[in-house]
Design a protein around this ligand. Sequence first.
Ligand code: FES
Length: 288
Amino acid sequence: MYKILEKREIAMRNTWFKIHAPHVARKVQPGQFVIVRAFKNGERIPLTPVMWDKEEGWIVLIVFTRGKTTARMAAELGEGDGILNIAGPLGNPAEMERFGKILAIGAYTGIVEVYPIARAWQEFGNDVTTLHVTFEPMVVLKDEMEKAVGRHILETVQIDPNLDFPANMKNVTRRLTERVRELLEKEHFDLVFMVGPTGDQKEVFEVVREYGIPMEADLHPIMVDGTGMCGACRVTVGGEVRFACIDGPSFDAYKVDWEELIHRVGFYVPKERMAFEEYLRQVRGGVQ
Ligand code: FES
């Protein structure tokens, strides 16, 4: 069991868990993830350690409520409780190089994965700008990001309770692509990096490609074991089948088969849509 040392809701549908997990804290590097099984017979979910302390042996996970397991984690687990299993660290660490000027983008909860990487890149001597685009009540890590990188840009979109889930998300995508275009139009960047929903990654990639700037994207296909055994996370990159868990999670955006990936991750869209629409029913006060 991995003891929960701290738990708090830090934004709408975002829960902060500080967990005693010394074997992860000792080895984890920016860009890596863990697979968490919180409950007996429960599903395994990939999550990214946001921060950690090697000496004290803890990690922080920010869990976004997107389905049954994450909703149960937010509702049923508290300080002093245990998480059944945490496997990892898994995946490859982010490359630490002097790239120069970097634009690191997080859409929605993607900023949670961007944080440790952007911070490490800045410490390594890069000039890092982070861009977080999300719904207004879902802002996380603003203060931490402002301290960690050269410049943190936050763009929030109001949730319109009169619009459905896809229409609200389209507003975020529009703001995201507009802001990226504005930045690339005005400034030179040596590298763009992005974490977020696959559809948004592709939209941003289409903008970045117009400017010919190298782009890396952390991919989020379905993951089960996280060790290259099950094949669930396969993606096509440069015409070859790769496994996001052991070959990634970061890949050259120019080589990713985006259409195929969007099709595969679309399997979960109806579930996420149901969860979001349940939230909308709540904010409408039960009026449908
Ligand atoms: Fe099973 Fe990657 S998650 S092969």
